[in-house]
Write a new protein. Structure first.
Lengths: 253, 95
């Protein structure tokens, strides 16, 4: 079942790629030049993970000719992307970004830790490199959530709003899907639902310390990203991300 | 939030074990923990270091250019303070 193996790897790689694209948008928009650098670094870490994961997906797929990282990142259309909808949501304020990064990096920490023992040895090696990176991302978001939550009245309020606006997109991180079930059966991957408890535990503890409330369970939550169902913003994101490659195929510098 | 509300920090980076921390530059951060993290992102992103110190710039007491004459000039004519009168054996590499 090569197809499921590829789909599983694309899910991991697309999460990293699309969030890297969103984080890149922060350059020159962060509250401080120091924070521009920090968010840029996080984005570049994720882009590096995406490159390795997409390259691996292309190898496993074994198409003729082989699809490389650029083909997969730049020449697929919206319905072929398998990222969760959390990472494609537009850039909002800094509180929103730290809420999103806290959830996503915490999820990635648990995910990559679990993938260290993957039967796909390339995936295990990618996870070993990535786990150190995402621990730093989680720490960065944690530090900011603590300071904004336990800061001024306005920073507390906006951090709380940020948490509320990402909340409908959090559950999708822990939703099982066919590719993950197959990957778990083969020892290649991990079932997302088995990570949820640890992810919720970490975030809950940070929010408590930051004097913030975990938002109520949302009445609606995003789903379908792993099957290529995305929100309206995804098309615009891809247009911006892919247009250079599509206009000038094979361009390098 | 503007830079005027965030204090300035001086960053010292040790390139590898055995060397001393060297001043690398300065940055803005709201507190010492964030200063350390910003320093990691700004000054060690190309593997420049294995250890970082941050110090609030306001905590540094510096000599003033006005005092330069009285501070440093008196050392100028005291050649006997330089260990130039010893023969260094050739096979002593790090002296």
């Amino acid at each position: 079942m090569t197809e499921q193996h590829v789909a599983y790897l694309l899910g991991l790689g697309d999460d990293a790629l699309i969030y890297a694209q969103r984080l890149g948008e922060w350059l020159t928009h962060a509250p401080q030049i120091e924070e521009d650098m920090a968010l840029g670094n996080v984005g570049l870490d994720l882009l590096g993970q995406a490159r390795s994961l997409l390259t691996r997906a292309g190898e496993v797929e074994g198409a003729t000719p082989l699809r490389d990282e650029d083909d997969l990142a730049m020449l697929r259309d919206e319905r072929e992307f398998r990222n969760v909808q959390l990472v494609e949501q537009p850039r909002a304020d800094f509180g929103h970004e730290m809420a999103r990064m806290l959830w996503f990096a915490t999820y990635q920490c648990e995910l990559y830790s679990a993938l260290l023992g993957s039967a796909d040895e390339t995936l295990a090696a990618i996870a070993a490199k990535a786990v150190k990176e995402v621990e730093y991302h989680r720490d960065h978001a944690t530090q900011w959530v603590l300071r904004l939550g336990d800061g001024t009245g306005e920073s507390h309020e906006r951090m709380q709003q940020g948490l509320a606006s990402v909340h409908p997109y959090v559950a999708e991180l822990g939703e099982d899907h066919d590719a993950a079930r197959w990957a778990t059966d083969q020892g290649v991957g991990v079932l997302p639902s088995t990570l949820t408890e640890a992810v919720n535990g970490y975030v809950t503890q940070v929010l408590q310390q930051a004097t913030l409330e975990m938002p109520d369970p949302p009445r609606w939550h995003a789903r379908g990203g792993r099957d290529g169902v995305h929100s309206e913003v995804m098309g615009y994101l891809l247009a911006e991300m892919q247009h250079i490659h599509r206009s000038h195929p094979g361009a390098t510098w | 939030m503007t830079s005027s509300t965030w204090p300035l920090w001086e960053v010292f980076v040790r390139a590898k074990r055995g060397l001393s921390h060297v001043h690398a530059g300065s940055l803005h951060a709201p507190d010492r923990e964030m200063a350390l993290r910003n320093a990691r992102d700004l000054y060690t992103r190309r593997q420049e270091g294995v250890s970082i110190w941050v110090v609030a710039s306001s905590d540094i007491t510096a000599s003033s250019p006005d005092e330069r004459d009285s501070f440093f000039d008196p050392a100028a004519d005291k050649v006997y303070r330089h260990p130039t009168f010893y023969d260094v054996p050739e096979d002593v590499e790090y002296l």
